[in-house]
Design a protein around this ligand. Sequence first.
Ligand code: CAA
Length: 389
Amino acid sequence: MSSVGIDQISFYTSNYFLDLRTLAKVQETDPDKYYQGIGQEKMSMAAHDEDIVTMAANAAYPLVENGEAEQVSTLLFATETGIDQSKAAGIYVHRLLGLNNNCRVVELKQACYSATAAIQMACALVARQPEKKVLVIASDIARYDLNTPGEATQGCGAVAMMVTAQPRVLEIDPEVGNYAEDVMDFWRPNYRKTALVDGKYSTKIYLKALKKAWEDFRESSSLTFNDFTHFCYHLPFSRMAQKAHQHLAKANKSELDANGLEQQIADTLSYNRIIGNSYTASMYIGLTSLLENCQQDLAGKRVGFFSYGSGCVSEFFSGKVAEGYQQFLFTDLHRDMLDKRQEVSYDEYLNLYKAPDPRDGEVHTIAADTQGRFRLAAISHHKREYVAI
Ligand code: CAA
């Protein structure tokens, strides 16, 4: 069977961010609680004319701008901040990107985990028909109530991955380990725009799921902890990954000291520290961060992945970085986007937080603001109208 995996990977986040020092000042909290305690510095805030659809299209555009759109046979869209109970967000993206009419499109949901389900499904589709390309997009806006512990862990972002045979970036191994359990650690009923969370409990369940998924992985894979040079964890906030990695290392009686363990994850955290949580996209933005920021040549190195979705479903899987992967990354594009972002004041943050949500069926046009290529131009007669700029 030919190898399958990620052929290209690109992400998008909003042009606006709130520095968590600003939030700390308003809350009269020590900023080190955020900068060190949870390991987050900034959080991206979507403009009013941005949502999961526009972010997704922006993330995927570099992967299809040279005629590849015609070759995409399936678009799998992972999100937990869906905009419609019926219509898949990916259908809008299908049009914005000019995908062909014979392309299958579907939306997947299981909290922050569903992008990993999408990746595994994409690999299975491509293994069956190696000439096909499957586009996997994960896109989310993380929102908690104001003045709650979760507020500092908000953010937004989308990541797009082209899954193919003979991938040029990351070959994904077929063995996986799963752990699922019906728990109430984080959830968002249909009538709410913000998530509810039992914060401390959620971090405990995350660590339990990691241990259980790893044990299940070890049942099917011959790889051991020492076979991995790097690990990508789901990143609700970067300190969670540090705790998780220490937990896994301890369970495996690793001889690496604290610094050695930190080196195995440090480069995966750089982008998320300044973007915040992007739910389904966060682990894969972490992978992008590793590939684009690691000074070492990662070709041939094995990376371990722990994907966690509250509720909960989790998965440990592994991949091997391809030779020459550097030439297929979008490093300059991503760095440029992050460098050009604009800081907002606390009042501007509050304004962005209150994204338009008209429910009266009237015509609501939305002022142009995003720096991206695609925008939400109006919500009219209960229909969302997207345009390419
Ligand atoms: N300087 C340095 N560190 C400080 C500090 C200071 N002045 N003040 C506090 N800290 C440290 C604390 O000691 C603590 O560190 P430890 O965890 O190592 O003990 C850390 O900062 C956080 O402080 P608190 O525990 O007091 O923080 P909190 O209770 O206010 O909130 C949280 C923490 C529960 C994670 C909260 O941010 C939250 O609810 N977040 C949303 C839920 C979440 O992300 N859960 C993660 C698992 S679920 C998941 O992964 C799915 C998902 O995407 C949501």
